[in-house]
Write a protein that binds this ligand. Structure first.
Ligand SMILES: NC(=O)c1ccc[n+]([C@@H]2O[C@H](COP(=O)([O-])OP(=O)(O)OC[C@H]3O[C@@H](n4cnc5c(N)ncnc54)[C@H](O)[C@@H]3O)[C@@H](O)[C@H]2O)c1
Length: 307
């Protein structure tokens, strides 16, 4: 029996984050049902998920069983997973984790639809920066709504920021804490203020790293090397490419709106997003990408200078 008492988990969106969330939910013993906009997207997402589980099996073999998961655990996780294109099918879930794109109206629309369908369980959003209270209002039952901000890549990152909206109930909060434990994660409670805790620290750090490049103080790869001196595993510009530069810009704007001009997005970040260079998912951002492997600095970024 799980600590949370939850049995079936729904996941909305099988993109970068939904994929990892569905994987971890299924690995943790939950019956997991994932929805997305089309059968093709679901098929692609499941193929990525399968690859991710296979990497864990390889790590298991290489480490003599110390790391990763066994082939049997992989098969068991896969049998707990299923997909659907119909949101209605998620009504039987005890809890739904929404991991759709970071667009307030889109997320509000999903919440409204679930309310119209009379969904009775808990709904959480993986939003990076949208007000939890705002999303809870669209759901209409704010007591059963909160934020659950997983980190990328979900199967490897232990921390999950958990954010109460203004009216989230104690019962919902406690269930989410227990769910973090069930999923082998560490909960980090934060209040519903722009950027919560993690992005409030992280986004200005990335923004400043971009300004250092714009001003010609240091190059892209040297900026990223600097943070190795801080014992970070990956530099801010490479991580920003992983996260998605559109998501980074969106959070900058949210922070600036609520906390002031110190959080204003750097011009280079805006230019990259305007040009559709969104990082690893589009194959180019601060770096050129070969799949999810960086293959050199983007020459346009290397050339760009503003003082
Ligand atoms: N990328 C990151 O590193 C990161 C980290 C933490 C939180 N987040 C947050 O997680 C959420 C998802 O981000 P992502 O990077 O996985 O995005 P993504 O674009 O990779 O994936 C989103 C998925 O949602 C699907 N989708 C779109 N509309 C839908 C709908 N109406 N119903 C069902 N599915 C729908 C898309 O087809 C896509 O597969 C965002 O709120 C983002 O801010 C992202």
């Amino acid at each position: 029996m799980s600590e949370s008492g939850l049995g079936k988990i729904g996941v909305i969106g099988i993109g970068v984050m939904g994929n990892g969330i569905a994987q971890v939910a299924a690995q943790s013993g939950f019956t997991t049902l994932v929805t997305d906009i089309s059968a093709e997207v679901l098929e692609r997402g499941l193929a990525n998920l399968d690859k991710s589980l296979s990497r864990l099996v390889k790590a298991h073999e290489k480490s003599g069983g110390e790391k990763g998961i066994s082939p049997v655990a992989k098969d068991e996780a896969l049998t707990r997973l299923s997909t659907t294109t119909a949101l209605e099918d998620l009504l039987s879930c005890d809890l739904i984790i929404e991991a759709a794109p970071e667009k307030p109206e889109l997320k509000e629309g999903i919440n409204r639809k679930l309310a119209e369908l009379d969904y009775k369980g808990i709904l959480v959003s993986n939003t990076s920066g949208i007000s939890i209270t705002r999303l809870a209002a669209a759901f209409g039952t704010p007591e059963r709504f909160m934020g659950m901000h997983f980190m990328n890549p979900v199967p490897l990152q232990k921390g999950v920021e958990i954010i109460r909206g203004l009216a989230t109930s104690d019962d919902t909060f406690e269930k989410i804490v227990a769910l973090c434990h069930d999923m082998g994660k560490i909960e980090i409670p934060a209040e519903d203020k722009a950027g919560f805790a993690i992005n409030r620290m992280w986004v200005p750090f990335v923004n400043e790293a971009i300004r250092i490049v714009e001003e010609g103080v240091a190059s892209v790869d040297d900026v990223d090397k600097c943070t190795l001196c801080l014992a970070h595993k990956m530099g801010p510009l490479m991580t920003a490419d992983y996260v998605g530069l559109d998501t980074m810009l969106f959070i900058c704007d949210v922070l600036e709106e609520e906390l002031g001009s110190a959080y204003k997005a750097s011009p280079l970040l805006k230019r990259l997003v305007e040009s559709g260079q969104l990082g690893a998912k589009t194959g180019i951002g601060f770096y050129s990408w070969d799949g999810y492997r960086a293959a050199g600095v983007n020459p346009d970024v290397a050339r760009y200078r503003i003082k």
